[in-house]
Structures are given as structure tokens and as C-alpha cells.
Design a protein around this ligand. Sequence first.
Ligand code: ARG
Length: 282
Amino acid sequence: MTDTSSAAPSRVATKRTVLMCRPDFFNVVYRINPWMDPQLPTDTSLAVTQWEALYRTYLDLGFEVHLIDPIEGLPDMVYAANGGFVIDNIAYGASFTYPERQPEGPAYMDWFRENGFDVRVPENINEGEGDFLLVGEVILAGTGFRSATNSHEELGRIYGREVVTLELTNPSFYHLDTAVAVLDPSAAPGEANIAYLPSAFNEKGLAVLRERFPDAVIVNEEDASVLGLNSFSDGYNVVIASRAKDFERQLRERGYNPIGVDLSELLLGGGGVKCCTLELRR
Ligand code: ARG
């Protein structure tokens, strides 16, 4: 007889709709996070090749993938997650912290408008899904390096959902999506599942995460240091950095199907899988 009591739960994949931006103009010419070093060479065509592998992975998973045209002179536009935050067909626009990325805000808002979303022009500094993650009916919202806490209040007003502020403390994990991965966004209490890096948070944030997600996957420093947490899940398939080996093992144990991709070139800009992906929820 097999003992099923410890078996991993069965996971259910749900088709996702996402927005991506081809890194045709990707480059590292300024430094707004510790990963970026303008002195190091970058290979734009390799970035495109790696990005295309991610794009194909999503298509193979049956995702609906939309593309926004890249703009010359905006090398970070490939990190589509920062372009806004979209739930219930409402697109809350981004207002970037650093002047280098500010023109991306209106560019993404134009795309949302042209594609039938109800656009809300932001009143406060925020970097979209880089710092905001929907888990069940709750929005986890990062602050400390980029998005300002008044944007968390704005979010709550716009979407009528609970917003939980989490303060980030390590400059290498400057966006929430570098420190937390939403694995199973199921709304059922106790079922929603996330992964996170404890050292990226202050005591208060950590207490909140422990209380709300007692069975979260805890990711180690080594996997976090290749932006392993910066992953995208459809509830069963989890697209992760191929170098995040322990995270991969833990995901399998929990009944997920990890799929590794190599975005080493985009890591030079301080981004990974999730950064290149903005979820569109109609
Ligand atoms: N170079 C970009 C920046 O520092 C990387 C953004 C990564 N995006 C993300 N969602 N974490 O703004």
C-alpha cells in the first residue's frame, strides 16, 4: 500500500494572459540597482534569443501573450512587469522612481488604452507588478526602494481589495517580485501558496508573511542570488531561472512543475522571468 498522506497536492494550471516586450534595445547604460554595471558588456542579440525562449515557453503552455513595441532609448522596457498592474480590466499605470525609466509609464498606459483597459493614471510613485502581487483577493505591496506607500493606499481605493504593505530591506531585492513568488494564487484560505526570501524583509514584514503563509516555500540565498524567485506560475507550471536548483527541487516536492529558462543576459539589468512578464487580468 502506498501512503498518500504526505503526497504533494494536485495542482491546477490556469491559462494566463500576459504582456511582454522584446528586448531589441536592451542595454545597461545606467545603474539604478546593484545588479547593473554599465562597465560590463551586454549582448543585446543574446538577450533577444533568451527572451524568445521565455516567450516560446509561455506559448507552449497555452498562454495568451501580447507584445508591446519596444522603444529605442528605453533599455529597461523589456521588464514589462513594471509597466503597470492589471486586475478586473483596470490598469493602474506606473510612475517610475528614476528619471531614466519615467517615459515607460505613459508608453505602457497608451498600450493599455489601445487594448481596451480602463486606465488609471497614477498619483503616486509605483513600479507596477514589480512591487504588487495578487494572492487570492489580497494584494501584497512592496516598498522601501521603489514604490511609495501612498501608492499602496491608491491601489486599495482603486481595486477595493486589502493591500498588505511589505518593506524590503536588501537593495539587491529592490522589487517585491525579486523576493516573493506567487505559486498558487488560489483564494481559498490556507491554499494560496507563495515562496519568499526571508532576509529580504524587515521583522514586521516577515511576521506578516509567516502568519499569512505558514506553508510558504522558503528560498535560500543562493537561489535568490540568481533571481530564482523572480518566476511566473500558472498554478501548476512554474517558469523559473534554470540555475535555481534547490527552488526547483522544492517546487517538485510541492506538486508543481518547474520549467527552467536561462535569462543570464537580462540578469545584468537586474531582472528575470517575472520582470519580463506582466499579467493581464480582464
Ligand atoms: N533595470 C530595471 C530596474 O532596475 C530592472 C527591473 C526589474 N523588474 C522587476 N519587475 N523586478 O528598474
